[in-house]
Design a protein around this ligand. Structure first.
Ligand code: E4P
Length: 215
């Protein structure tokens, strides 16, 4: 399983990229709005920093508008992936954009049928939202497992991005259940690094070393 970072914050993206584990970036209108910057300018900055897929979401609700926006976003850089919501109009846009060789990430996936439809329409990625399913008392991880099983059984190459990741357990379980990618906020990425025994170990090694130097 690969790691994407789920943010439009350029400092967090640079910090994550320096760790050598970053395969891509996902943004959404809420994440961009939080930054208070020009969307296109920020996408230019992000695509200069990161070589992998950078998902940029359309805000139109009709297929024609999504296709127009998708073409404009894709023109920013070759590694832009156009993010389209899972609706009937969205599927039309997936078909049209993928036929133009523009990669599409279908977002707001909450059922296996939605993922299967998105894949068949031509999506390069589907984004099932784990945390938002957990929030309403469902098990988001069951959805990842179902989609992975269906894609595997039917030879579908669309990649599964575990999205709406809230904590490290989501990451481990997404990997175990067959997600190809987890897109994580910087906070979760940092949490993955930490273990109290690692910290204790470093402290003990340093204390022993310093003591030995005083002899
Ligand atoms: C990523 O593609 C999604 O937009 C994002 O993970 C949603 O996360 P949230 O449910 O925490 O807003």
């Amino acid at each position: 399983m690969k790691f994407f970072i789920d943010t439009a914050n350029i400092d967090d993206i640079k910090e994550a990229n320096a760790l050598g584990v970053l395969a891509g970036v996902t943004t959404n209108p809420s994440l961009v709005a939080k930054e208070g910057v020009s969307f296109h300018e920020r996408l230019q900055e992000i695509t200069k920093e990161v070589d992998g897929s950078v998902s940029a979401e359309v805000v139109s609700e009709d297929a024609e508008g999504m296709i127009r926006e998708g073409k404009e976003l894709a023109a920013i850089a070759p590694n832009i992936t156009v993010k389209v919501p899972m609706t009937l109009e969205g599927l039309k846009a997936v078909k049209a954009l993928s036929e133009l060789n523009i990669k599409v990430n279908v977002t707001l996936i909450f059922s296996a049928n939605q993922a299967l439809l998105a894949a068949r329409a031509g999506a390069a990625y589907v984004s099932p939202f784990l945390g938002r399913l957990d929030d309403i008392g469902h098990n988001g991880m069951d959805l990842i497992a179902q989609i992975a099983e269906i894609f595997d059984r039917h030879g579908i190459e669309t990649e599964i991005i575990a999205a709406s990741v809230r904590h490290p357990v989501h990451v481990t379980e997404a990997a175990l259940n067959g997600a190809h990618i987890a897109t994580v906020p910087f906070k979760v990425l940092a949490q993955l690094v930490k273990h109290p025994l690692t910290d204790q170990g470093i402290e003990k090694f340093l204390a022993d070393w310093n003591q030995s130097q005083q002899k």
